[in-house]
Design a protein around this ligand. Structure first.
Ligand SMILES: [Zn+2]
Length: 352
């Protein structure tokens, strides 16, 4: 039996619970599937949650043993008999939302609203391995001009970010506040909002991130160790507030964030990394026509739009580090300890 190296979680716990092992290679199980030889796989909070065994509202438990890894770029190795969109040898990037393809939500192109929605690399074995299995319809071709590392850094973070900016109705005249701006979503939000012409306020911690966010286009970077963003936004918008907030962090940022929104302002949310049950005032929301908009991921069209920006060179994701598979535990640590700026990517094969 052919084998491969993979980062496997057999029990929940600390960094030592994700280990590289040699296990059987996945094989095609249906005619519409493909086997992808993984070149690069970016980490997300999901990988950390799966290792730690996070529980709580809205958290689906992962099956153990688990191979996570949602953001994958690589080369098609093998395809089933019914596959026509890709062929062995094609460079590809994975759209990680798995859906039924036939329900009303899928018909509308809203794959993540499918009642049978699942996430590749969370609900199935993912890409932190030399090979992975995926429905071939989830593959998008990758031009030679784009590296596997840059492609792997895009799917979850940048697609979710683009979706948030779209549902919030971003306009070039808007003022946008980005919380958690040093993360994968946050750094993409700064770049994409800036590219659309908006004035961007970014909140982060530490001089390295402050400097990096200025280079990505943030007009005003707020170091939360030194300044409170609510006061900065109030003083620098003459008390008016910002039109849009991108908030991937949640927790105790909510009340100040909502008060930083202008009349009719929108806060788009995609995560709760520092807390899931914030304190808030209902009156502070509705009395100022403010809206809160959820976006767990983007649909296929959102993903293609972001890929188009990547392929044209209009967007380049911030990549903090590319580590080999053997350093998966260190990659988890970089992300979990908040030491990374942007994405942490695992280069799985030499092709990465
Ligand atoms: Zn469906």
């Amino acid at each position: 039996m052919a084998t491969m190296r993979a980062a496997v979680v057999r029990e929940h716990g600390g960094y030592d619970k994700v280990r590289v092992e040699r296990i059987p290679r996945p094989e095609l199980e249906a005619p519409d599937e493909a086997i992808v030889r993984v070149a690069a796989c970016a980490l997300n909070r999901l990988d950390l949650f799966a290792r730690r065994g996070l529980t709580g509202p809205g958290v689906r438990g992962v099956h153990l043993p688990s191979i996570t890894g949602v953001d994958v770029a690589g080369e098609v190795d093998e395809v089933g008999s019914a596959v026509e969109n890709v062929a062995p040898g094609d460079r590809v990037v994975i759209y990680p939302s798995l859906s039924c393809g036939v329900c009303e939500a899928c018909e509308r192109g809203e794959q993540t609203m499918c009642r049978r929605y699942r996430i590749f690399g969370e609900d199935t074995d993912g890409g932190l391995a030399e090979y992975c299995r995926i429905p071939a319809r989830n593959l998008e071709r990758l031009p030679e001009s784009v590296s596997f590392v840059d492609a792997a850094a895009v799917p979850v973070a940048a697609t979710t970010t683009w979706r948030m900016l779209k549902v919030a109705g971003l306009k070039p005249t808007d003022r946008v506040l980005v919380l958690g701006a040093g993360g994968g979503v946050g750094s993409a939000a700064v770049q994409l909002a800036h590219a659309c012409g908006a004035v961007v306020f970014a909140v982060t911690r530490g001089q390295m991130r402050v400097d990096a966010l200025r280079r990505l286009g943030a007009q005003r970077v707020i170091d939360r160790a030194r300044e409170a963003f609510e006061a900065v936004v109030a003083s620098e918008t003459d008390g008016r507030g910002v039109d849009i907030i991108i908030n991937p962090v949640g927790g105790n940022t909510w009340r100040s964030a909502i008060k930083s929104l202008a009349m009719g302002g929108r806060m788009a949310i995609c995560g709760a990394t520092i807390g899931d049950t914030p304190e808030l005032s209902i009156r502070e929301i509705y009395q100022s026509h403010r809206q809160i908009l959820g976006a767990p991921m983007g649909n296929r069209a959102d993903f293609r739009e972001v890929l188009d920006l990547l392929y044209r060179g209009a967007f380049k994701p911030a990549v903090h580090a590319v580590l080999p598979l053997e350093e998966i535990a260190e990659a988890h640590r970089l992300l979990e300890e908040g030491e990374a700026f942007g994405k942490v990517v695992i280069g799985v094969s030499e092709a990465g």
